[in-house]
Design a protein around this ligand. Structure first.
Ligand SMILES: NC(=O)c1ccc[n+]([C@@H]2O[C@H](COP(=O)([O-])OP(=O)(O)OC[C@H]3O[C@@H](n4cnc5c(N)ncnc54)[C@H](OP(=O)(O)O)[C@@H]3O)[C@@H](O)[C@H]2O)c1
Length: 253
């Protein structure tokens, strides 16, 4: 079994955890723990982003900003599986890998400005944050949705998560300028913080198995005692895939 741990009991830097049965799913058949460990968080984020937040339909275009990392490793094949046309911005190292994965277009962020060449996009997923907001919004078609994983929560996010009245007010205020800017262009801003969901993870697993999706794993390996070093590497990079912490006694492959 595997899981993205529920937020109210998060803490995966541990040899054992007790997890609500509703949060777990069977690991993809024939996958090692090493590869499977890279799937739940990014796979669920991609699934919830594309299906729940964007409500994307086959044939529509999805632009993923900063899609050359671990999120893109799952989001691109899942979006392709759901019938979307995918465009990615990312680093030069990942270009060939993502084109081979089925991205229709790949823009190297150090050489190409997507906001100068793209327009009329149905959906954008942004992994970069607030500094990208205006440019991301500009390439969307009217009626399109911009979903960010980083820019920050807004009113819709608070309502969808059934937060307390106080939190609703705070998040409404925090996201007001993004909501207003999007509304002015007849577009919509959404924010996502991935949640645990065993039924959705089961569906992600089915997509992974059917499409033989193998997310990239960074070659560095860390023990639990080296968790600080692992986090430093994630923060400072460069990384090439998910950074794993190996538990004592867990087989490498
Ligand atoms: N809200 C949520 O629920 C949620 C869920 C999952 C992830 N996230 C967040 O989403 C972000 C991405 O996650 P990840 O795991 O995919 O990270 P990652 O593996 O570090 O990938 C980020 C990728 O973006 C590239 N990049 C950097 N600057 C860029 C730019 N200006 N334009 C285009 N690409 C650029 C990086 O290339 P270089 O190697 O050149 O830096 C890297 O390939 C993180 O901040 C993570 O915390 C949020």
């Amino acid at each position: 079994m595997y899981a993205r741990l529920p937020l109210n009991k998060i803490g995966a830097f541990a040899e054992y955890v007790a997890v609500d049965a509703h949060a777990v799913a069977k690991m993809p058949s024939g996958y090692s723990f090493t590869t499977a460990a890279a799937i739940p968080l990014t796979g669920l984020t991609a699934y919830q982003g594309i299906v729940e937040q964007l409500e994307a339909k086959p044939g529509q275009t999805l632009l993923i900003l900063g899609g050359s990392g671990s999120f893109g490793e799952m989001a691109v094949p899942i979006a392709k599986h759901l019938g979307l046309r995918v465009i990615v911005t990312g680093n030069s190292r990942a270009r060939e890998r993502f084109l081979a994965m089925g991205a229709e277009q790949y823009l190297d962020y150090q050489k190409e400005n997507y906001w100068q060449t793209l327009s009329g996009i149905d959906h954008v997923i942004d992994t970069l944050g607030a500094s990208e907001f205006d440019r991301a919004l500009s390439v969307l078609k009217p009626g399109g949705r911009l979903l960010s994983l980083r820019t920050g929560p807004n009113r819709t996010f608070a309502e969808q998560n059934n937060f307390s009245p106080l939190k609703k007010v705070l998040f409404t205020l925090a996201g007001a300028k993004y909501d207003a800017a999007a509304r002015k262009q007849k577009k919509e801003y959404r924010f996502l913080f991935v949640h645990a969901d065993g039924a959705q993870l089961k569906e992600v697993t089915r997509i992974v198995e059917e499409n033989k999706i193998i997310p990239a794993i960074d070659p560095h390996r860390f023990s639990l005692a080296q968790a600080d070093e692992a986090l430093r590497l994630v923060q400072q990079g460069p990384i090439n895939g998910k950074v794993l912490i190996r538990m004592e006694g867990c087989e490498e492959e």
